[in-house]
Design a protein around this ligand. Structure first.
Ligand code: ZN
Length: 439
């Protein structure tokens, strides 16, 4: 799929028309700029005003003006993360003399304070099922630093929990919290408040005010396309801009070319015991075709919409392992065998999120495991020991006894949201022909 430059031009013209012809507000209007599904968007930070700016292309984030004191981009940070860590987010103090940031090497994270050319560790911890990563949110007037607790790196589920740390003595205490359905996007600081994300289900955007400790909402026009079970749709926030900066940005958007995703080094282990390697079905992938004699007895070669590897001939309750260290972000364990539509045909399943430090930044990948008989993990559980099964194979949902294994990298600059791990370069440790087993 190629996005035509004509369509892009029409989008740009439409956006410029809206910007110039729309009535001028007396006060500055701020927009949060973000990437969703390989498209660059801007959403006003009050009112349901969503603009499609451009297809996403590499380097676009570096041209973005910067209204905010927070950044999620390692290129815009005054510090490089330590070796092996990836930079996640950092915020300048109001006087711009100090920069507080989090660097992650899953499951370890460090909260560090940079000032006068030196960085010191404020907090070092591991993400756990009890407490997530504590990500810098903003600075209070009294010098306290507010931290937002996260499990998934691009979504918040069920609750917003905010902590406060004193940078002088390291004292950490709860500051504010509220219940939510699900928020999408990282936080972005603007003065004494922070944008927390979009509640897509309820059409709201969320703000948090540092001094009052209050949450507030504004109307949002953001909607998502219908997603499959393992499709997470992370909203990657790039920054906050003023309306005039948005015009500048639109002028700089030039072209869009489809480029292949930047992959990390191979990181996936085979999710089954070494003996169980019968790949039975796959979408029409030339890579898989070349490596495996594929037969899809029930389904035939044409299998539109199928986005994973099926491994068959599995005895019931074959152990299933995580393909990489990660965190459990979704499970379904409600399905009995003999109900093909249960779990949207995926039966019982597990979704894991994987945070990889690549070139100083964090890449977020997802893997999915479907048609399970047993699910032996719970949400927010950290999977660090790959020798322990996360569940067992079964035949819940559709397709008989097999494991459906799916890989997703939603930030890639390409038309597809799912990834063929057998492709070039291979993501399998040990190589595509015979990936290394977890156990
Ligand atoms: Zn499948």
């Amino acid at each position: 799929m190629e996005i035509s430059s004509l369509r892009l031009n029409i989008l740009l013209l439409a956006a410029l028309f809206v910007l110039f012809v729309a009535p001028v507000h007396a006060q500055t209007v701020n927009y949060v700029v973000f990437v969703l599904d390989n498209t660059l968007y801007a959403h006003a930070l009050h009112g349901a005003d969503l603009r499609v700016l451009s297809p996403m292309y590499p380097g676009l984030e570096n041209t973005l003006p910067q209204t905010t004191d927070s950044t999620n981009q390692v290129q815009r940070s005054p510090v490089q993360p330590d070796e092996r860590f990836g930079f996640y987010q950092g915020i300048w103090s109001p006087d711009r003399r100090q920069f507080v940031y989090i660097q992650i090497q899953f499951p370890v994270y460090q909260l560090k304070l940079y000032s006068e050319d030196q960085s010191k560790i404020l907090l070092e911890s591991e993400i756990s099922a009890q407490r997530g990563y504590l990500v810098p949110l903003g600075w209070k007037r009294d010098g306290g630093i507010l931290l937002l607790e996260r499990y998934m790196l691009y979504n918040l589920k069920n609750a917003v929990r905010i902590w406060q740390i004193n940078p002088r003595d390291g004292e950490l205490k709860p500051y504010a919290n509220t219940s939510i359905a699900q928020l999408h996007g990282q936080s972005m600081t603007l003065g004494e408040r922070a944008f927390l994300g979009f509640d897509v289900e309820n059409h709201l955007g969320y703000w948090f005010d540092f001094e009052s400790g209050q949450f507030s909402t504004f109307e949002s026009a953001l909607t998502f396309p219908e997603s499959s079970v393992f499709e997470v749709f992370p909203v990657r926030i790039l920054g906050i801009v003023t309306s005039s900066e948005l015009v500048e940005l639109l002028n700089q958007l030039t072209s869009s070319t489809a480029v292949p995703p930047v992959y990390p080094a191979a990181f996936l282990y085979w999710p089954l015991p070494t003996s169980e390697r019968q790949v039975t079905c796959y979408p029409d992938s030339p890579f898989t075709q070349a490596r495996h004699e594929i037969t899809c007895p029930a389904l035939g070669r044409e299998y539109p919409g199928h986005e994973g590897t099926d491994i068959g001939s599995l005895p019931l309750d074959t152990p299933v392992y995580a393909a990489a260290p990660g965190i459990v972000v979704d499970i379904n364990s409600d399905c009995d065998t003999d109900n093909p539509s249960c779990g949207r045909a995926y039966g019982n399943y597990i979704t894991l999120e994987h945070s990889l430090a690549v070139d100083g930044a964090i890449q977020t990948w997802y893997t999915g495991y479907a048609h399970l008989n047993n699910v032996s993990v719970t949400p927010w559980e950290i999977i660090a020991d790959l020798a322990l099964p996360i569940g067992t194979s079964g035949s819940t949902g559709e397709g008989g006894p097999h494991l459906h294994f799916e890989v997703r990298y939603p930030h890639q600059n390409g038309p597809e949201r799912w990834v063929d791990p057998w492709g070039e370069p291979s993501l399998w440790l040990g190589g595509s022909a015979m990936p290394t087993a977890s156990k």
